[in-house]
Design a protein around this ligand. Structure first.
Ligand code: SF4
Length: 342
């Protein structure tokens, strides 16, 4: 960040539309600060300095993990999209946060890269109206990419801050107009259209689903764990098995006081983490999980011989000898996508 004073605050996801919205404002000589919201599901704080450099923007990361997880667990008032994405409430939350920050930066308006009609849930005209109304930003929110298709915000009508005639009228799902604008602004690194929100991705959403059912309520750290390795559930018990060294290292970073860590005693292999959220696991369940995780070592699995597994939490570690349990017979199941009941 170069300064503490800006003309507008922008929602900056790192997607092309948010970049262009900022560039359109800069083109008119406005000072723009992009707010990059981060949670377990979206945002990439590590890319901020790279984006600042290549796009010529000032950016500020804002962590909304706690509030966002609360929104998910309490049930988003406007519901979920196709998967676990509560897009309307997500936008409302971000815009409320951004509006509350306006005085801090002496900024006068908010910018969002939303495009009318681009997304079925959150960018229909009625949804855009709901978002600006419920966030309380109707008079000062500008969507520069679709500006010509939307009413001029009342609070900006008489100001000479923005020349609305210069702004585009993009509408719909295509990307042609955005790519043309990107060329005009000489943007060389064009993000892929996927967006990168894990809640809108079916494979990631599957991982999060059981948390709503079995943890009361799930915490930010649980969603972080659900992103790692292979996920398995058995009657409400949760076991995560590393696929590689990076997963194993991440699991060790995420260990909590009551978690059980499983490790092959005398050879390299996967690490597994069991989160005992509601109750302590029985001896039988621990042995069952140890037998199951051992099969993810190909050597152990091939031999079928008894194997020693170190299991424990903190200083209390013991060694169990188990027979590798072959996966088709296992009670451990991969999670399925199921939307939480709202
Ligand atoms: S896709 Fe994810 S980040 Fe984007 S609006 Fe929806 S919930 Fe929010």
């Amino acid at each position: 960040m170069q300064t503490n004073s800006y003309d507008c605050l922008a929602l900056f996801s790192g997607g092309l539309d948010s970049i262009l919205a900022c560039k359109l404002m800069q083109q008119q000589g406005l000072r723009v600060l992009g707010l990059h919201f981060c949670s377990p599901f979206f945002g990439n704080e590590e890319k901020i300095s790279h984006w600042e450099k290549i796009y010529g923007l000032d950016l500020l990361p804002i962590n909304i993990s706690r509030e966002f997880v609360d929104l998910l667990t309490q049930g988003p008032p406007w519901g979920f999209g196709k998967y676990l994405n509560p897009c309307i409430d997500c936008k409302i939350m971000m815009l409320k946060k951004a509006a509350a920050m306006l005085p801090q930066f002496q900024a006068r308006c908010l910018i969002s890269g939303e495009v009318l009609g681009q997304r079925p849930m959150s960018q229909r005209r009625d949804a855009l109206n709901i978002i600006q109304r419920d966030a309380g930003v109707k008079d000062l929110l500008l969507r520069p990419l679709s500006s010509g298709k939307l009413p001029v915000p009342a609070g900006l009508q008489d100001s000479n801050l923005i020349d609305f005639r210069q702004l585009p009228s993009i509408q719909g799902r295509g990307r042609k107009d955005q790519l043309r604008l990107a060329k005009e602004f000489q943007i060389r690194e064009i993000p892929t259209p996927a967006g990168g929100c894990l809640l809108a991705d079916p494979e990631s959403a599957k991982r999060f689903s059981p948390l709503f059912e079995h943890l009361h309520p799930p915490q930010v750290r649980d969603f972080e764990l659900a992103k790692v390795g292979r996920q398995f559930w058995s009657e409400g018990s949760w076991l995560v098995i590393g696929r590689n060294q990076a997963d194993n290292a991440r699991l060790l970073e995420l260990v909590q006081e009551d978690d059980l860590v499983f490790k092959l005693a005398d050879r390299p292999g996967p690490l597994a983490l069991a989160r005992q959220s509601a109750e302590q696991w029985s001896r039988e369940r621990i042995a069952e999980a140890a037998a199951f995780m051992s099969t993810f070592s190909s050597k152990v699995s091939r031999s079928g011989e008894p194997v020693a597994i170190r299991v424990g939490c903190k200083e209390q570690v013991e060694t169990l000898e188990v027979i590798p349990e072959h996966r088709p017979d296992s009670r451990w199941r991969e999670p399925q996508l199921k939307k939480p009941e709202g």
